[in-house]
Design a protein around this ligand. Structure first.
Ligand code: SF4
Length: 220
């Protein structure tokens, strides 16, 4: 199978995406961009992807369409995915809303890997975030690893500035990616001034990668 070139709303620094686990992501976030494709099959392993040539010198987001490290994903699927990555000289991004699970796999991740979790806010918005650990639980898990790590604030939701900055700072991310809802999901979004305050605070201790979709909120 050909490697997918990163398109659309993907991070600008990512060159390709690669997914061995396909179908419905176990987390079920209500804003999930995959929902635009309608009802999906249950999560399953696509062994044909193990024939994909991952090339070299790429920056590949592994598991971009279904969380590779969710509780329901069998270990065998993760082992086969990580093993295939290790056959190619690339940089890999592993992003999960179950970072507590993800960091247990760090010892067998390819050496040039970055891990990432999403924290949309410091708050818990019931009925929006699906079956995920709370953002604070996700951040706490990330604090427990010394691996290179990013945090992603997307889709950004209304937050408490001091508490949110404190949580992010304690994760010690080398980069924070920040973006907005692209799917008109009627989320509780923060006003522009609050986002600008957040950006001001973050740039004091980390690199910020803004996604273009944040522009909609900054104009409001
Ligand atoms: S974790 Fe990501 S892929 Fe899974 S349901 Fe949530 S938004 Fe979709």
């Amino acid at each position: 199978m050909p490697l997918n070139t990163a398109t659309g709303n993907m991070y600008e620094f990512i060159t390709h995406t690669w997914n061995t686990v396909k179908g419905e992501c176990p987390h079920g976030c209500i804003y999930c961009y995959m929902k635009r494709w309608g009802k999906q099959k249950p999560a399953h392993f696509d062994s044909k992807e193990l024939k994909t040539d991952l090339g070299h010198g790429n920056y590949i987001f592994v598991g971009s369409s279904c969380d590779l490290f969710a509780d329901a994903i069998p270990n065998k699927w993760i082992i086969e995915t990580l093993g295939h990555c290790d056959n190619f000289k690339n940089k890999y991004l592993f992003q999960s809303k179950s970072p507590g699970n993800m960091i247990t796999w760090a010892p067998i991740m390819p050496s040039n890997s970055v891990i990432c979790t999403t924290i949309e806010t410091n708050r818990w918005y019931n009925n929006i975030m699906g079956d995920t650990p709370t953002p604070c639980e996700r951040a706490s898990a990330l604090m427990r690893t010394l691996m290179p790590k990013y945090l992603t604030i997307e889709p950004i939701m209304d937050f408490d500035l001091i508490a949110f900055v404190d949580i992010i700072k304690r994760c010690e991310p080398t980069q924070v990616n920040i973006g907005a809802d692209s799917g008109r999901n009627n989320l509780p979004e923060p006003p522009a001034a609050k986002i600008l305050n957040l950006l001001d605070e973050l740039q004091k201790f980390t690199t910020i990668a803004r996604k273009t979709n944040l522009g909609r909120l900054l104009k409001s």
